[in-house]
Design a protein. Sequence first.
Length: 461
Amino acid sequence: MRKLSLLDLIFFLVESEDSPKHVAGLMRCKKPPKARADYCRRLFDELRTHDQLTEPFNLVINFVGLQGPHWEYCQDFSIDQHLFYHRPKRSLSWQEAKDLAAALHEPLMDRDKPLWEFHLIDGIKGGRFAIYLKLHHAYADGMTMTSWLNRSLSESPEGYDLAPVWELPPPRRSGAASGKTSLTSALGKLTGQAWRQVLTAGGIAKLSAQQYLERSGLTHEAVALLFSTAKDTPMTGSATPGRSIATSSVAMDRLNRLRKSTCSTLNHVALACIDGAMHRYLAASGIVLDHPISIQMPVNLRTDGDGPAGNKLGITLVDLARPTDDPYRRLREIGYKLRNVKNQVAGVPGSSFEQFTILVAGMSEVIDKLQLTDRLPTNGHTVVSNVPGPVHPLYLLGSRVERMYPISTLAPGLRLNITMFSYAGVLHFGLVGTRDLENLQDLADLVVDEFEALENAVASR
């Protein structure tokens, strides 16, 4: 038995049929040269033989008992309830494959079974296939999922050892206990825990005080105000059934040239382009904002001593640039805003950041459960996260993984999530939104257009 952390439990509490809380990865793969016609079918059949699960893929959630919500081992596992093979009658375009992944991303998973699914989509034009892997967010965060993928795939096209993520042995944890505890060490541990609780309370007080000072007008643009986003775009509101997926990509070489020539970070450049793209996307629908777009930005809090699964993250709210047609000015203002964020969290313990995130998420959930999401201000317009991925190309039984796109979940009150994932010299953008966000692929394409606009703006200075 393993208890859930409070953050992991939150993902179950906020889950609904209209807003499931699973995350996924979509990989496009190129079959090896001279691959047999039944290559994907044979690959799938071999995967089905790997049914010796490791944590967390062998765990089911149990909410009953005096010990509270906890994980327990699945006693009647069947691999055929988790692995699925899709072979269409005709070849699919990449867009059609993404539409299929979007449909697979919609339904809730059965909580009586381990909360993960693996889908192999065969028959994509150009000798390609796709892998769609989804699991409940309570199992892992983005950094953990990335580490699993790194370990399950090969860096060589000649690597033919199959290591599915659900069979990976857990990594060794640093600082493992020896099993013997002296009175002195026990007292020291208790003292350390008490001190950490004091620091955690102080950190929460600091974050709360920053919000109070900003809301009362004693500071100006020192922090972004929580629950202050107006209902003036389709990106906010109650989640509705159905999902759309959109993707785009930018070469890391282009991004690095911009980063170096402007003395910016990767996040500065990427967020500037996302910001410009969102304003243009809204303008195409007749919505012209006179204020900055606000985003929720997850921050990884995992340390070497943390366990291999679960979630360790905090979320901060960031106001992006004031509306402007100048991409360079937008970049500079976003850089200033992100430096403010660093000042905001400086000296705040990770435990404080995590618990403050839980408090804010709890407030969002209460608002949503009371059906007030469409009446009250929301906490930002969208979620934007950045997960660093493998630097070198990866392979699955000789098939090169050409692209990796993250497909995340929607936060309460928000209808859009944008996740960046770097892989093999390319920065990939994975967008997931409700179906009432029309032409979502246009937004993904505008992100790429904004990179070109920023390049031109920098070159002309």
